[in-house]
Ligand binder design. Sequence first.
Ligand code: PLP
Length: 400
Amino acid sequence: MTTSPAIGHVGAAWRAARSVTPAGLLDAAGCNVPSDRVLDAVIAHLRREREIGGYRAAPDLTGARTDLAALAGAEAGDVAFLESGTEAMAALLGGWRLGPGSRIGCTRAEYGSTFMLLRRLAERRGWRLIELPVDSDGRLDPDGLRARLRSGLDLVVLSHLGSHHGVVQPAEAAGALCRAAGVPFVLDVCQSLGHVEVRGAGASAYVGTSRKWLAGPRGVGFLIVPGLTATMDTPAPTLAGHVWNDPGSPWAEPPESWGAVGDEPRPVPGAARYETSEAAVAARVGLGVAVREHHELGPSVIHDHLAGLGRTARGLLDGAGGWRVAEPLDEPSALVTLKPPPDDTAVRAAARAAEASLLVGVVLVARAPLHLREPVLRVSPPPGTPVETFEALAGVLTSR
Ligand SMILES: *Cc1c(COP(=O)(O)O)cnc(C)c1O
């Protein structure tokens, strides 16, 4: 296989790992392409479940947990697998025992689904949502966070990278400020894990998903919770995640009344409390393989490669047909968003792109309702995207 200098070692390895890649896929931030090894692992596990029975086939996911946790500087016991980033965030925030009047800090650029959840929890539990200031790019202002922490916050929630713009939030600074103030910090890494460096944020909890930059299968999300405290539980107790009484001493006889069953269900130690026990286990196996491949390629070289792709794409697309890149041109991410000129729209441009076999995303306002003013086009190249693909997209934006 020949290696174009623009693609480089990482891009070539990424492509070599995939016998099929949808040509023109520019939607890694929506749904990326798993490698052949990931696909094979998923299928092999499904076969094994059929051959020996699902329960007997239950895999040891310790290696997958260790590898995933390492991406956030955490440990295997901090990991819980769920079904999506949204589910993981709902389990984390929905179960957090914060009393009425608790003050939750977030920015107006927060992800739409997290906003919905926070609004609902605030309304039902009497929490107060405190706006954390951002600059004109939607980037958290650390001085503003410091001031808000001084006037009192009980929790801070931040998306490291949004779904609707390519701005990398100052997670490390935010984490340091929260730690110094003793305030738990939740970092949504759905768009950043596998894409930009996450270690160093020192968050209490990370919320992530498989199918985007980690290029795992769909249907898996996760929590990484190095900072678990006694106030953190799930919204509903479950048999796999909670115990009544001492799990080591099952009752010899069924108790006579409901009252005798014991105390409130207590969560099991560690992040296991959050994990859903019935699941598409094959997809979790596949995510484990995807994360292993990520380590083999090297997280930091992937980060650099993706930042380079983002810069290349922004340079080629900014101004094409009057479209303007929304975030700074040199933002170190491969999530590129474009604002339409007056005579075009994101929906129309995405349809034209599809005719040219280019798959781009359309980000509707609901994705970041307090920040996005109009739908934008999102271009999120996976590693190995050749420069010709961006040139073809520039042509699509120009011709209408
Ligand atoms: C995609 C995304 C989520 C939700 O993840 P799902 O797996 O789609 O539920 C949360 N936050 C951000 C910033 C995202 O981009």
